[in-house]
Write a protein that binds this ligand. Sequence first.
Ligand code: TUI
Length: 307
Amino acid sequence: MKTRVTELLGIAHPIIQGGMAWVATHELASAVSNAGGLGIIGAGGAPASWVREQIKAAKQETDRPFGVNLMLMNPEADAIAEVIAEERVKVVTTGAGNPGKYMNIWKEAGIKVIPVVASVALARLMERGGADAVIAEGTESGGHIGAQTTMTLVPQVADAVSIPVIAAGGIADGRGFAAAMMLGASAVQMGTRFVVAEESVVHTNYKEKIIKAKDIDSEVTGRSTGHPIRVLRNKMTREYLKKEQAGATLEELEALTLGALKNAVVDGDVVNGSVMAGQSAGLVHKTETCAEIIADVMSRAEKLLEN
Ligand code: TUI
């Protein structure tokens, strides 16, 4: 399928993989890119040296374009922005903030810049600042979220900017893909469905928790701290929400979540760890290769869109 985004990025299918912290390693990114989507290495909270190693590994594994996601709350964000420019990564996506101060070094390096936005205002600002496209991410997403739903955000962003819009949040199959196109998107970003991919290095316990999840199994922690994070319900979320409702301090709440994502992803502690996933977890039923996931989404979407 040809869209403004496949043309912009030189990819076969308009599917971008989410830049998930600890999950989106070079293994997953190169598998998605080799399958014709856009694979993304997620810098998350990692140091710049780790990001450089990941980029070098992905370059060995694929000749196709891939990207890096810079999570802007990373304490080494400035150094990672430099690494991305030095390594001449084809595409950068950003999350959890405003990447305006890096725009010039990335544009000068010929990098396509695609910020994640959760509001029309930031989408407009990013277009004025030279972004090549925006990812409009709804509150159905996993991890750090905004407040608007994908259904309402994507068409409002599409009306507000003339650069291509990529829809994210709650999209895990061909129906979601086709709906996103109807809302004005030129591609989709999927996270949760790729977490369970065969090539994903995530612990089996984490993958199984997503596969078993039903529609109502996610919770949002941190609404009171200003850092809302969508995760699957477990012992940690029950304790967190109880403390949050009782008016616990930021320090007390952070003690519950510090390092909790790594504990879940790497060590498989899905009881006390932070199992970030989107509301689409209820649509994700099995482990498949990235190529199978992309072929399934595209074939179902194409049938729906033909009608
Ligand atoms: O960034 C994400 N999702 C994430 S990042 C992450 S790692 C993390 N770990 C622990 C604590 C916090 C984060 C896990 N999930 N998605 C992209 C995204 N960006 N969603 C929402 C936003 C966003 C929100 C507000 C972007 C910009 C913004 O305002 C920018 C401004 O300053 O005006």
